[in-house]
Design a protein. Structure first.
Length: 182
């Protein structure tokens, strides 16, 4: 039991670190940068499940909140977490939770993984966009044009790649004892 907990904590930490690395691979835009963070978030939810996937993203957000430069552009601190793009960062927790819940309920095949990741990103976008609108005073159409629409093509690619990689990693991770048996 203790070794299973230790393994889960280590995996959650690794996925928090992966998210930090993926956050730095970015294309800067005026309000919200395009980065690979959601790729790591999808993997965390699909591979770690709802509890540990969400906890890994909570650890990521907490690291950034206390000053570790893990957010896009090496940003950190409460101002970054609670600023206009902070809703998307906090939305990563919800995204991993949703991906994990749907994956657990409907299984880990390409179709269900992709659908769970679409649902997860939709929740992240809804939370983040409402947050963005509340802090900037921009209307929904303007906010969507800055914070959602430019990201959709890249998110489709991230979802497909994360789903395929999740499928490829499940068997070896299970055989190493890193994931529970299906």
């Amino acid at each position: 039991m203790r070794s299973a907990l230790t393994r889960s904590l280590v995996l959650a930490a690794l996925f928090a670190a992966l998210t930090a690395v993926c956050s730095q691979i970015q294309i800067p835009l005026p309000y919200v940068p395009i980065n690979l963070a959601l790729f790591a978030v999808h993997l965390a939810g699909a591979l770690l499940g709802p509890k540990w996937g969400a906890l890994s993203m909570a650890a990521y957000a907490l690291l950034g909140a206390v000053g570790v430069p893990v957010f896009a552009g090496f940003k950190s601190g409460p101002a970054a977490l609670f600023g206009k793009t902070g809703g998307y960062i906090l939305g990563y927790i919800l995204c991993a939770l949703v991906v994990g819940l749907i994956t657990r309920k409907f299984g880990s095949n390409l179709r269900s993984l992709c659908l769970s990741m679409v649902a997860g990103v939709a929740v992240c976008y809804a939370f983040g966009t409402i947050w963005f609108m509340a802090l900037t005073g921009m209307n929904l159409v303007t906010s969507l044009s800055y914070c959602v629409i430019p990201f959709l093509p890249g998110d489709a690619v991230k979802i497909l790649l994360a789903a395929v990689l999740s499928l490829r990693l499940q068997k070896p991770m299970r055989s190493m004892g890193l994931l529970p048996e299906a």
